[in-house]
Structures are given as structure tokens and as C-alpha cells.
Design a binder for this molecule. Structure first.
Ligand code: PRT
Ligand code: ZN
Length: 283
């Protein structure tokens, strides 16, 4: 039995629960309860604020957790990052008022910067020899310059819309983050065995997301060229068709390059192309 800490509510809750569900782990209990029992895996879910997850895992209150790498970096807790999970992508960036006349990191010398990530910012400034004043504030960091609390901010950005709304421009992208599975540094062997199983399920889910299963008919003499277009898979499946000059080719293609690859395959003579959702990819 292992206990996983998950954000109780907020941006990571839904994707974290969806990942558990895709891994065949059903957590039905109400979110109002602090702890819920799962079925389909020896697992207990502990719902916490994301800020508290690194510490809960470091202390062993939870064995593992799902939290943003931004929180892991800021909280300075002794945890292992087991694997990135491919959702909750964002960055922590420095942003200044639009009319600040920013010309480079020197600009920050002697300035006041508001942030909820003082440790990450301190490290960045130290690394680059910048001497600025860091003001830690808990929330609504983006309004600090407008109300005269700070000259600039260091905050989470994803679309950048919040910065624009507040008359700010992103000038330095300092830390790239996404949600990750973290673990206590030393788990008992039976808990580690459960974590290994969990990691195996998560890995195949994360890997298969954004992939499509593509079937097509293609002239036999074009198979080698088609296969060369689609590296990555060790060996695509090639099945004979009743018509001797043709065969059926099955491949897995990354969604981002799906249309480009399909155009190239069509140019080789591929026909009857079927694109199917890929549920899972077990290596
Ligand atoms: O209550 P609790 O403490 O658990 O939640 P929280 O309010 O501290 O965190 P929450 O739910 O807002 O975010 C949880 C995690 O999601 C963060 O720690 C990041 O790892 C990740 N994440 C991804 C984000 C964003 N994207 C994001 N856009 N966290 C915050 N934001 C904020 C950003 O600061 C900005 O103010 O959303 C606003 C909109 O961003 P733009 O750039 O899209 O306008
Ligand atoms: Zn939080």
C-alpha cells in the first residue's frame, strides 16, 4: 500500500485524477475527505494544497506525490523526482512593466522584485551576479508593480494573458516546469515495488498520449521508403493484402507530425489511411 499526495483543488487536480483513472486506479470517495481509498491498486490518496506536497512526501506523510516542479524547486525538500508527467506545463519568468525600457539583466540591479518563489529567484540572481531586493508575497503577484509594491515580478506564466492584462512583459524565462511524480527518498522495499508498478503504468500512459495508430495500404515496393519516414518504432507491422503488389502498413505516429507524415506517405502511394486513437503503449 502506498499513499499518494494530490492537489485537493486547483490546476493539477483534474489531470492528476485523470492519470490515476487511465492507470486503472479508481478513487471514488468524496474530495472533501482528506484521505480516500483507491480500488484497482493498493493506494491511498491524500488531498493537500500543492504547496504542502513536497514537505508531506519528504516527511513520509505521503510516500509519493504529484506536484509542479516549480514547487519542488522552491520548497527545498528532500524528495526524488521520479518522472515528469507531461501536464501542468508553465514557466517561472521575470516580467517588468511594458514601459520599463528593459535592456538586459543589469536592469534588475537595485530593483524590488515581488514573487512567491524567493529561493528560485535568489539562486538565479546569485548565478548572474544581480543584486536586487526580493519581496516574497503570497498571491496576486502580478498586481505588485501597479500598486507600487515592486518594480518587477517573478511569477508563473503559461499563456502570458495575465501579464498582458497587467501591463507587464515577460523578459526572462528562468524555470521550466510541469507536473511530476515525486517520491520519498527512501521507501521501504514493498512501497518501492508499488511505486515501480505505478511508474510503469504512468510511463506507458504519458508516452502514448499524443500518439496515433495509423493503418494504410501501400504498394509493396514503397514499404522501405515509408518505414524510413517513420523512425522511432523498432519495426512497423507489414501485412500482406490479397492483391500481391500491395500490403497493409501499421505504424505509430506522433500527433504533432501526423499530417506532415500522412502527406509524405500519400506521396509514396499510400491509400485508405486510417488514423486511430492509441489507448496505451507498453514498451
Ligand atoms: O490551493 P493550492 O495552493 O493547492 O493551489 P495554488 O493556487 O497554489 O496553485 P494552482 O492550482 O493555481 O496551480 C498549481 C500548479 O499548476 C502550479 O504550481 C504550477 O505547477 C501549475 N501551473 C500551470 C500554473 C499555471 N499553469 C498558471 N498559469 N500555476 C499557476 N498559473 C497562474 C499564473 O500565475 C497566472 O497568474 O495562472 C495565471 C494565468 O496564467 P496565464 O499566463 O495563462 O495568464
Ligand atoms: Zn499553492
Amino acid at each position: 500500500m502506498i499513499r499518494i499526495a494530490i492537489q485537493a483543488k486547483g490546476r493539477l487536480n483534474e489531470d492528476s485524477m485523470a492519470l490515476l483513472a487511465d492507470a486503472g486506479i479508481d478513487v471514488t470517495a468524496s474530495k472533501r475527505k482528506l484521505v480516500a481509498q483507491a480500488t484497482g491498486f493498493p493506494l491511498e490518496v491524500l488531498y493537500l494544497r500543492d504547496d504542502d506536497i513536497p514537505q508531506a512526501v519528504a516527511m513520509g506523510v505521503a510516500d509519493v506525490g504529484i506536484v509542479g516542479l516549480n514547487e519542488v524547486a522552491e520548497r527545498r525538500q528532500d524528495v526524488r523526482v521520479v518522472m515528469p508527467l507531461g501536464f501542468g506545463a508553465c514557466r517561472i519568468s521575470l516580467a517588468v512593466p511594458r514601459d520599463a525600457g528593459y535592456g538586459g539583466l543589469d536592469w534588475f540591479n537595485g530593483k524590488r522584485v515581488a514573487t512567491s518563489y524567493p529561493h528560485v529567484l535568489h539562486d538565479f540572481f546569485t548565478q548572474h551576479g544581480v543584486k536586487a531586493e526580493i519581496h516574497e508575497i503570497a498571491g496576486s503577484v502580478e498586481i505588485a508593480p501597479a500598486v507600487g509594491l515592486a518594480d518587477a515580478i517573478f511569477d508563473i506564466v503559461s499563456s502570458g494573458g495575465t501579464l498582458v492584462q497587467n501591463g507587464l512583459v515577460e523578459v526572462e524565462r528562468v524555470f521550466h516546469s510541469e507536473a511530476a511524480l515525486i517520491a520519498h527518498p527512501q521507501l521501504a522495499p514493498e512501497k518501492q515495488a508499488d511505486l515501480d508498478k505505478l511508474q510503469f503504468r504512468f510511463s506507458s500512459i504519458v508516452e502514448s498520449r499524443g500518439m496515433k495508430y495509423v493503418l494504410m495500404n501501400i504498394p509493396k515496393q514503397k514499404v522501405a521508403e515509408a518505414v524510413a519516414l517513420i523512425p522511432g518504432m523498432r519495426s512497423p507491422t507489414v501485412l500482406p493484402l490479397a492483391d500481391e503488389g500491395w500490403c497493409s502498413l501499421h505504424v505509430v505516429i506522433r500527433e504533432a507530425e501526423l499530417w506532415e507524415k500522412i502527406e509524405q506517405l500519400k506521396a509514396l502511394g499510400a491509400e485508405g489511411i486510417l488514423v486511430l486513437a492509441l489507448e496505451n503503449m507498453i514498451r
